[in-house]
Design a protein. Structure first.
Length: 248
C-alpha cells in the first residue's frame, strides 16, 4: 500500500507540474540571441515551461508588433521597448534591462585585421576599405553618426552596404560582399566565416542596452515574468558575458 501511495503521489506531482507548465511566446531582435538561447534552455529544464521565440531584425520585429501579432514577451533595445510601451504594445512599467553590447568591426576569416585602435586609425581603415557593411538595427544607425563624427560621411557613402532587416552583417563579410562590417559585438564574435577585429575605439564607442518588456496582450504573463526573472538573475551573468554582452 505504501508503494502504491508513493507512486500515486509521484504521478500527482507530475500531473500538477504539467498543468502548471506554460507555452511562452517571445519576439526578439538578434543581438542577445546566443546568450538568450542558452539561458532559455536552462529555464525550460528548471521550470517545465516551453519557450517559443521569433528572432529577426529591429524593423521586422516592429512591423510584427504593429500588425498585432500575439506574444507574451518582447526583447529589443531599451529605447525600442520604451516606444512599444508608448504605443501600447508593451505594459507600462514592465521594462527590465538585460544586457549591454557595444559595436565592433569584423573582416572575412583569414583576412588581414585592420588597425582600429584609435579614431585616426579607424578613419584610415574606412577610407581605404573598398566596401563597408552595416545593419538596419541600432548599431547601423549609430555607425552613420560615427562616419559623420569622423568627417568621412561623404567619402564612404558610396561604399556602404546595408543589410535587410534580420540579415546579419556577418553574412556579407563571410561571402566577400563587403571588406569590413560593423554590428553589435555579440552578433560578430560567434559568426562563422569571419574574424572579429575589435570594438569601436574610445569615445566612438556607445553601448546599447537590450531590455525585456511584457506584451500588453500576454496570455502567459506570470510565466513570462518568471522568464524575465531567470534571464536577469545574477547566475545568468557568466552566460551573458560568454556571448559578448555585458550584464546589467
Amino acid at each position: 500500500m505504501r508503494i502504491a501511495s508513493i507512486i500515486a503521489a509521484a504521478i500527482g506531482s507530475l500531473l500538477s507540474a504539467a498543468v502548471g507548465a506554460a507555452d511562452i511566446n517571445v519576439i526578439s531582435t538578434q543581438a542577445t540571441e546566443e546568450a538568450y538561447k542558452e539561458l532559455v534552455a536552462q529555464f525550460e529544464k528548471a521550470t517545465g515551461h516551453k519557450v517559443t521565440t521569433f528572432f529577426s531584425g529591429t524593423l521586422n520585429v516592429q512591423k510584427k508588433l504593429a500588425d498585432g501579432e500575439p506574444y507574451d514577451l518582447i526583447l529589443m533595445a531599451g529605447p525600442a521597448i520604451d516606444e512599444q510601451i508608448r504605443v501600447g504594445k508593451a505594459v507600462a512599467g514592465s521594462r527590465v534591462d538585460l544586457a549591454k553590447s557595444g559595436t565592433g568591426l569584423a573582416v572575412r576569416k583569414g583576412a588581414p585585421k585592420p588597425d582600429i585602435s584609435s579614431a585616426g586609425a579607424l578613419k584610415a581603415t574606412l577610407l581605404s576599405a573598398k566596401s563597408i557593411g552595416y545593419s538596419t538595427g541600432p548599431s547601423g544607425l549609430y555607425m552613420l553618426s560615427v562616419f559623420e563624427k569622423l568627417g568621412i560621411a561623404d567619402q564612404v557613402k558610396g561604399k556602404l552596404r546595408q543589410t535587410p532587416s534580420g540579415v546579419f552583417v556577418g553574412n556579407l563579410i563571410a561571402n566577400g560582399e563587403v571588406e569590413v562590417g560593423f554590428q553589435q559585438i555579440s552578433e560578430l564574435v560567434h559568426f562563422a566565416g569571419i574574424d572579429y577585429v575589435g570594438p569601436l575605439p574610445g569615445d566612438l564607442q556607445r553601448m546599447t542596452m537590450f531590455s525585456l518588456g511584457l506584451h500588453s496582450g500576454a496570455k502567459q504573463a506570470d510565466a513570462a515574468r518568471a522568464l524575465v526573472k531567470f534571464l536577469t538573475a545574477p547566475d545568468a551573468a557568466p552566460v551573458i558575458k560568454k556571448h559578448g554582452l555585458e550584464p546589467v
